[in-house]
Write a protein that binds this ligand. Structure first.
Ligand SMILES: CC(C)(COP(=O)(O)OP(=O)(O)OC[C@H]1O[C@@H](n2cnc3c(N)ncnc32)[C@H](O)[C@@H]1OP(=O)(O)O)[C@@H](O)C(=O)NCCC(=O)NCCS
Length: 185
């Protein structure tokens, strides 16, 4: 049965906090070392509850056909806020709104369950996120992406504008890429 999609709620936070490390520790191997992944979990790879409160963060939910039990198998969204990336623990103060007329929206925090990778969940969440940002009036969209995230975003027409490394709390560098999709003519 294909997953269903809905807006995330604050009640999803415990499940998101379980999904994100599982996704990162499995699907980022080969792109990042285990030390980089562990150093990024919690701050860079974490839940930003502002996105949930804003109604701009989505989850994919799979239902077990035998038991009807539901579990979160993907998450991702977009942001109208200044913060570029990361979870609550990476923030230090208020997170003001961006101006859709002059600033890009940000794609944020995509994580898919390893058992459900390459089944189109990331693609589906991207389509919802882009539609949300455009409906809010944003004309361009950017992403500070992990290296494993880059192939998904490239399929949506995002191109690298800057490659740099974040310095994680313990000093470990994490290479990332800033991607931009220009407005439609
Ligand atoms: C990046 C991520 C969200 C992609 O999710 P996904 O549901 O597996 O992606 P999809 O199945 O929707 O992939 C859509 C397309 O993106 C591209 N793509 C996605 N993952 C890819 C990979 N690992 N290698 C190459 N291309 C990839 C392919 O073109 C794919 O289409 P195809 O499967 O028909 O070839 C997932 O790998 C993930 O959670 N990674 C770990 C967390 C992370 O780094 N997230 C990015 C944060 S910026």
């Amino acid at each position: 049965m294909p997953p269903t999609y809905r807006l995330a709620t604050l009640a999803d936070i415990p499940a998101l906090e379980a999904l994100i490390p599982l996704s990162a520790r499995t699907l980022q191997l080969g792109y990042y070392t285990p030390a980089q992944i562990e150093a990024a979990l919690g701050t860079v790879f974490g839940v930003d509850t502002q996105l949930i409160r804003d109604g701009t963060y989505f989850v994919a939910v799979a239902t077990d056909p035998a038991t009807a039990a539901e579990r979160l198998v993907g998450c991702g969204g977009w942001s109208q806020r200044k913060t570029l990336y990361g979870g609550d623990r990476g923030k230090t103060g208020p997170d003001p709104l961006r101006d859709p007329a002059t600033e890009p929206a940000m794609i944020r925090a995509f994580f898919v369950h390893p058992d459900f990778a390459r089944r189109g969940i990331g693609r589906h969440l991207m389509a919802r996120s882009e539609a949300g940002a455009r409906a809010a009036g944003f004309r361009s969209i950017e992403i500070v992406a992990t290296l494993p995230g880059e192939p998904l975003y490239a399929t949506f027409g995002y191109a690298a504008v800057e490659r740099f490394a974040l310095t994680l709390p313990d000093g470990t560098p994490l290479p990332v890429v800033r991607l931009r999709k220009l407005p439609r003519p």
